[in-house]
Design a protein around this ligand. Structure first.
Ligand code: TYD
Ligand code: MG
Length: 459
């Protein structure tokens, strides 16, 4: 029998059960339930002690409290994704695969912020102080007044942060922390949740901004950053495609700013360099555009970004045709291919289809539909798109091309990078004076766009 109010959390998936059992009913893992929390059910209050209640006071929406100045760390791309600097007293989770560059990024952030006068601490549970120092030397950051420590015991960290006042503290990583209030091992759901909760409370109470590093893990052994996502004010995902030097910082949740903002970095010998103009980076420079390539004029966050979609449609050698996608959604590819088959007469049943977004960027905008379709049609028809043409537009199941947001910004960026035409939603064609000097080829149906691509006289 479960003791009154005791609860048991699965260390593999985080599910909470009222009773202990050998197997977690939610994920099926064995021997993963561990007792957690106090002796009361979640949400229940302790028996009221009248003398302690302060009495709740309500406030109006119009009350003005001056918001404290944000800490501009000096790493511009990082600050922008945070919504214009780090908010004092906020908790940020930086999540990413092991080896993507989280420690490097945060060491740079700490060092730059320290150079601008912020009191910064970098506490690592993964590396020795000498290792971090050696890295700082290599990155040319040795002069920055960052306080380093290697520690995994939560109690020590909390004591130190209460003793000394910091503006910004990095904890690398939350999975190595260990609180002596719980029996579960470091990295377990119980520990990760307890340690993150304690640090978030500390951040709020003392007005220090805390950045927690969380490794994304595939196996259930170690708790992933998901279990702390709801506790923190902002979740930033640091992503990179294997084999590419580019790293993308993406806001997944942000109580103090927009979430669709991205920051672009390039990993090199000197650490992470900010990429101020990502478009130039994601385009394949030089030479004529091959069949199967289409340049998409996209919007990432507040910025327009041009990126090349590359498709290869080839006869299938084996029985089941292959479909492989990098940087785009597989389901979306299936949808676009189905519309191309049904509405435009392009067959893919006996052909392998490969689709790749150049440079390791991940595109999730619906406006990319037409760019993907154009790349596929271009490869299938073996007809290259004009060198100076960008493509964007959303495709509906009926084969219509739907208008997309921020057309002007897309065209402006295209013009800036030397593109002179756009295959885009609309019924107007020819040179459009208002369109930033980019000649619009408006299409309302996908079939029109495919016919246009197949038409040799277009280029
Ligand atoms: P790291 O920041 O340790 O990753 P994480 O903390 O996310 O696990 O960086 C790991 C990789 O970055 C490592 O494989 C080497 C590479 N790297 C560079 O290419 N250049 C550099 O200047 C640094 C510091 C790292
Ligand atoms: Mg690391």
């Amino acid at each position: 029998m479960a003791r009154d109010g005791a609860q048991y959390a699965c260390q593999a998936c985080g599910a909470v059960h009222a009773k202990w059992s050998g197997q977690c009913a939610a994920c099926g893992a064995w021997n993963t339930l561990a007792e957690e929390g106090g002796s009361r059910p979640p949400g229940a209050l302790a028996p009221s002690r009248r003398s302690k209640a302060r009495g709740l006071t309500f406030e109006g929406l119009d009350a003005r409290t001056p918001s404290p100045a944000r800490i501009a760390t000096g790493v511009g791309e990082f600050d922008r994704v945070c919504g214009g600097g780090v908010v004092p007293g906020s908790a940020i989770l930086l999540a990413g695969d092991p080896g993507v560059g989280k420690s490097t990024l945060l060491l740079q952030v700490c060092a730059q912020a320290a150079r601008r006068g912020a009191a910064c601490a970098y506490i690592s549970g993964e590396e020795a102080v000498e290792q971090i120092r050696a890295r700082a030397h290599r990155l040319g950051l040795a002069d920055a007044a960052v306080k380093l420590a290697a520690e995994t015991a939560l109690r020590e960290i909390v004591e130190a942060l209460k003793r000394e006042a910091f503006d910004l503290v990095v904890i690398d990583s939350v999975q190595t922390l260990w609180s002596d209030a719980h029996e579960a091992g470091p990295g377990s759901v119980t520990q990760v949740r307890a340690c993150a909760g304690e640090l978030v409370r500390l951040a709020k109470a003392r007005g220090v901004a805390v950045i927690l590093v969380g490794h994304v893990t595939k196996d259930g052994q170690i708790a992933g950053p998901r279990v702390v996502e709801h506790m923190v004010d902002a979740v930033l995902a640091f992503e990179g495609e294997r084999g590419y030097p580019f790293r993308i910082l993406r806001g997944a949740k942000n109580r103090f700013g927009a979430t669709d903002e991205i920051g672009v970095f390039e990993m090199g010998d000197g650490g992470l360099a900010e990429v101020k103009n990502p478009s130039a980076l994601f385009l394949n420079e030089g030479g004529a555009r091959a069949a199967g390539a289409a340049v998409f004029a996209g919007i990432e966050g507040s910025r327009p970004v041009l990126v090349e979609f590359q498709a290869l449609v080839a006869p299938s050698v084996y029985g089941t045709p292959r479909r492989a996608v990098v940087g785009w959604d597989t389901g979306r590819l299936a949808m676009v291919m189905a519309v191309l088959e049904a509405r435009c007469g392009l067959g893919f049943a006996t052909r392998d289809v490969y689709l790749n977004v150049a440079g390791g960027l991940r595109i999730s905008e619906p406006a990319a539909d037409l760019a993907a379709a154009a790349a596929l049609a271009s490869s299938a028809l073996d007809a290259a798109l004009p060198q100076d043409c960008v493509v964007f537009g959303e495709i509906s199941l009926s084969g219509d091309i739907r208008p997309v947001s921020r057309m002007d910004a897309r065209l402006k960026e295209s013009a800036k990078l030397g593109f002179a035409r756009a295959l885009a939603p609309g019924s107007t064609s020819g040179s459009d004076g208002g369109a930033q000097g980019v000649a619009l080829t408006g299409v309302t149906r996908l079939a029109e766009a495919v016919a246009r691509i197949g038409d040799v006289s277009w280029t």
